[in-house]
Ligand binder design. Structure first.
Ligand code: PGA
Length: 258
């Protein structure tokens, strides 16, 4: 039990259609409404950007928050195809995911680019969900801690960072979309290491306040065990967030840990 409010965030990635988005959000809202302690945790949906405006209209009377999956580091300019954090805010986003391993891999995003994007999110007044995580080769080469330390470094160097401006999502790359989740013990040990690193950089109070989510094949059948770990403050859910009943079961599992 901690004072950190649990956060369950859905990362839809580039999936769905407008029709599917509408019905999925409605189903989640109805399911959430039946949960008595819904206000005691944060539930966020991060759909593809084109759906943000429509979904914002559907969640006004619900406790569901809205997030985007990426943004540019600049607020405006000649960046064809890119989207700025203030634009996402206008559509109703309160959170923006930055540095997902799929962005690092397919868009060659470096730690420096990711930190600049995180800064843009914070400057816009939104909460950044900053993803870090090691590949399978890095884990097997005993490099996990070094990799995480390096990924965290530029994020934690953001000046005057406050713990409520950032959420860290620890997502081991080998667990994403593979059905192969980290065991609760393994995830907890890594989360503990991340919190320790944060404490070394920004102090114990900061480290105790910031939320660290686990992501990577979190499903209804492993959510409770992962979310009951003292340093796991929620989840970033990919595949299972596209099925209302599975996503609701994960939210329910988080409820049990409040
Ligand atoms: P997954 O994705 O739950 O499908 O493994 C998690 C993520 O990539 O955020």
């Amino acid at each position: 039990m901690t004072s950190r409010k649990k956060l369950i965030a859905a990362n839809w990635k580039m999936n769905g259609s407008l029709t599917m988005a509408r019905s999925l959000v409605k189903e989640i809202a109805v399911g959430l409404d039946a949960m008595p302690a819904k206000a005691l945790l944060d539930t966020v949906i991060c759909p593809p950007s084109p759906y943000l405006g429509v979904i914002a209209g559907l969640i006004t009377e619900t406790p569901i928050g809205l997030g985007a999956q990426d943004c540019h580091a600049e607020d405006k300019g000649a960046f064809t195809g890119d989207v700025a954090a203030p634009m996402l805010k206008e559509l109703g986003a309160g959170y923006i995911i930055i540095g997902h391993s799929e962005r690092r891999l397919y868009h060659a995003e470096t730690d420096e680019v990711i930190a600049a994007k995180a800064q843009a999110v914070i400057r816009t007044g939104l909460v950044v969900i900053a993803c870090i995580g090691e590949t399978l080769a890095e884990r097997e080469g005993d490099l996990t801690e070094n990799v995480l330390k390096k990924q965290l470094k530029s994020l934690l160097a953001i000046s005057e960072l406050k713990p409520d401006q950032m959420v860290i999502a620890y997502e081991p790359v080998w667990a994403i979309g593979t059905g192969r989740s980290a065991t609760p013990t393994m995830a907890e040990a890594t989360h503990r290491f991340i919190r320790q690193e944060i404490s070394l950089c920004l102090g114990q109070d900061f480290a105790n306040s910031i939320r660290i989510l686990y992501g990577g094949s979190m499903k209804p059948d492993n959510a409770k065990d992962l979310l009951s770990m003292p340093n796991i403050d929620g989840g970033l859910i990919g595949g299972a967030s596209l099925i209302a009943k599975d996503f609701l079961a994960i939210i329910q599992a988080a409820h049990l840990e409040i």
